[in-house]
Design a protein around this ligand. Structure first.
Ligand code: OAD
Length: 269
C-alpha cells in the first residue's frame, strides 16, 4: 500500500522537529472524526445555526426572549454530540507525541475537552471549554461532569414550552456566585476577548518553537489566526495537516484526514 505521507515530508518534519519544541494548533477538523461537526464548510455548525445569533451574547439573549425553544434546540444539538464524542486516533497520537517529549504545547480552539481525555497535559484552550462554567464577575471556574450536562438538557427539553420555567432551569444550572456575579458557560463567543492567560501562554510556547503543526483548522478566526506568523518570525517551520486543499502560507502541506495522518507522523518521529 502506498504510504499516505510522502517520505520527503517525513524527512522534512524529522529534520525540523527539535524534541520538546514542537507546538500544534488544533481546530474542529481534529474532532470531526469523533463525530463533532466542524464550524465552516459543508455540514458545518454555522450552516445550521447562524453564528450572528448563536455565537454572540446579544444574539443568544434576544433569541431567548422571543424564541427560547430555538436556544434549547441549539444546546440540545451541541451537547448531545459533545457528551457522546470520544477521542480519535489524532487526539491519541498528539497525546503520545507529548508523552514522548516531542510536542511541548497543544494550542486548541476546540471546546470539547477531547485532547485532555486522550491524555494530553499541555493543552492551551484559546476558546474555553464547554464543560466549564465561569463567574462573569470574579472569573471563578467550575468544571461540570457529563451527567450534569445531560440532566440540564433533559430539564430544558421538559421546560421548552414555558419561558419562566426555562429561566428557572437556567438559573439553577447557571447560578449566582458567592461574589454576586452569575455563572455562564466558559466558551468564547464572537466579539469577546480571549482568556488572556491562555493567549499569553500560547505566545510563550511559540517563542521557542522549532516546528508548528496546524492540524484541522481553517484558521479563519483571530487572534488564533495570527499565531503562525508570530512563530514564523521566530524561525519556526510551519506544517499544515488538513483534509482540504488550502492556500495558507506554510512550509509544508499534508492533505488528508488528521485521524489517519497524525498516528503515522507520531510513529515516524
Ligand atoms: P473550521 O470549521 O473553520 O475549520 C475546520 C478545518 O478542518 C477546515 O479547514 C477543514 O478542511 C478541516 N478538516 C475537516 N475535517 C478534517 C479531518 N478529518 N482532518 C483534517 N482536517 C479536517 O474550524 P476551526 O478552524 O476550528 O470559534 O474554527 C476556528 C473557530 O471558528 C472555532 O473555534 C470557533 C469558530 O467560529 C468560536 O466559536 C469563537
Amino acid at each position: 500500500m502506498k504510504p499516505l505521507i510522502p517520505a520527503e515530508a517525513i524527512d522534512y518534519i524529522r529534520s525540523n522537529a527539535k524534541r520538546g519544541s514542537v507546538v500544534c494548533i488544533t481546530g474542529a477538523g481534529v474532532s470531526a472524526p469523533s463525530g463533532i461537526p466542524t464550524f465552516r464548510g459543508k455540514g458545518g455548525l454555522w450552516e445550521k445555526y447562524r453564528p450572528q445569533i448563536y455565537a454572540t451574547t446579544m444574539g443568544l439573549i434576544s433569541t431567548f426572549m422571543t424564541e427560547p425553544e430555538k436556544i434549547v434546540d441549539f444546546l440540545n444539538d451541541l451537547y448531545s454530540i459533545l457528551v457522546k464524542a470520544k477521542p480519535n486516533p489524532c487526539h491519541r497520537a498528539l497525546a503520545e507525541m507529548e508523552k514522548e517529549g516531542i510536542v511541548s504545547a497543544l494550542i486548541t480552539q476546540n471546546i470539547d475537552g477531547l485532547h485532555q481525555q486522550a491524555g494530553s497535559r499541555s493543552v492551551i484552550e484559546l476558546h474555553g471549554n464547554a464543560y466549564r462554567v465561569r463567574c462573569m464577575n470574579c472569573l471563578k471556574a467550575i468544571t461540570w461532569e457529563k451527567d450534569r450536562i445531560r440532566e440540564m438538557i433533559k430539564l430544558l427539553n421538559l421546560s421548552r414550552q414555558s419561558r419562566p420555567q426555562l429561566l428557572r432551569v437556567l438559573s439553577r444550572y447557571f447560578p449566582k456566585c458567592e461574589c454576586g456575579g452569575r455563572y455562564r458557560i466558559d466558551i468564547v463567543l464572537f466579539g469577546e476577548v480571549l482568556p488572556q492567560d491562555a493567549l499569553k501562554e500560547a505566545y510563550r510556547a511559540l517563542d521557542t518553537c522549532s516546528l508548528l503543526m496546524l492540524v484541522g483548522t481553517s484558521l479563519a478566526v483571530y487572534p488564533a489566526a495570527a499565531l503562525p506568523a508570530y512563530a514564523k518570525q521566530r524561525g519556526a517551520k510551519i506544517v499544515e495537516i488538513n483534509s482540504e486543499p488550502s492556500d495558507s502560507p506554510c512550509d509544508l502541506r499534508i492533505q488528508g484526514d488528521a485521524a489517519v495522518i497524525m498516528p503515522q507522523l507520531a510513529e515516524a518521529l
